[in-house]
Design a protein around this ligand. Structure first.
Ligand SMILES: Cc1cc2nc3c(=O)[nH]c(=O)nc-3n(C[C@H](O)[C@H](O)[C@H](O)COP(=O)(O)O)c2cc1C
Length: 236
């Protein structure tokens, strides 16, 4: 099984230790690829829209984004990690997710995403992990991933891993390892109802636009090439 990990922080702290506990269960027999943000993608989206109108390969940050996207496409399991910052995901994770909008269902989705499984690992000093998890889960779902599991840890005792009590650290490690155990064997996911609906609605949208607009947009051309929409002979 190929696992691609995207770390939403460079700090080797709580997020790192939770992720390591999760991966320890899966290292043997699997291929791991890790990216750490912002080191491996240190830019914000500039809003130039070149990805939408032309190609994602012309994004000013393609040299950073493309290797991550390709590793995501190759992976069987995606692992996204982030500390909770201001009740949301870290800015560096959001910056990467913004760069991936071009692959959202409404633009140019890749069918490899439909069978992937994903895990989101977050932690907060308090209990509120939901906002950060939603930031990542929303993107994953619009990228076409149906099978998404989340582990949100409320640290409660502090924000420095070494300063947490041994009991607390052990409990957190056990939770991460229990979750990882479910991924020991390779099992492709099935396209779920929500993703199916998103695909069906956007397909209809692209089909309608492609019948009317000329020249075809990059998105429409992509859907046409995939064979997901058809353009009447007279419109070609
Ligand atoms: C800038 C910043 C903002 C944070 N915001 C929150 C927050 O809104 N709620 C919360 O419970 N914890 C918050 N935390 C704590 C983090 O979620 C996390 O638990 C802590 O950074 C430990 O993880 P780390 O060692 O991987 O950095 C924040 C931490 C930082 C540095």
């Amino acid at each position: 099984m190929k696992i691609t990990v995207i770390n939403g922080t460079q700090v080797k702290g709580c997020t790192y230790h939770i992720k390591e506990a999760f991966l320890d269960v899966l290292r043997e027999g699997n291929t791991l690829r890790e990216f750490t943000l912002p080191r491996d993608m240190p830019h914000f989206c500039t809003g130039c829209k070149t990805c939408f109108f032309q190609s994602e390969t012309r994004c000013p940050h393609a040299q950073y984004v493309q290797p991550i996207w390709e590793a995501m496409l190759e992976a069987d399991l995606l692992v996204l990690t982030s500390p909770v910052y201001a009740l949301r995901t870290s800015g560096q994770m959001k910056a990467l997710l913004d760069h991936l909008c071009v692959h959202w269902m409404v633009h140019r989705p890749q069918e490899q995403m439909f069978t992937k499984r994903a895990v989101i690992l977050t932690n907060a000093i308090g209990v509120f992990n939901g906002g950060a998890q939603k930031d990542m889960a929303t993107s994953l779902s619009w990228l076409g991933v149906s099978h998404i599991k989340k582990l949100g840890v409320g640290l409660m005792e502090g924000v420095i891993w070494q300063e947490l009590s041994t009991r607390r650290r052990e409990k957190i490690v056990r939770r991460a390892q229990r979750l990882a155990a479910g991924y020991r064997s390779f099992r492709p996911a099935r396209m779920g109802l929500v993703v199916r609906c998103k695909f069906a609605i956007t397909r209809l949208m692209h089909q309608t636009i492609a019948k009317k607009e000329r020249p075809l947009s990059a998105d429409n051309r992509y859907w046409l090439e995939k064979g997901w929409i058809k353009v009447p002979q007279s419109h070609k």
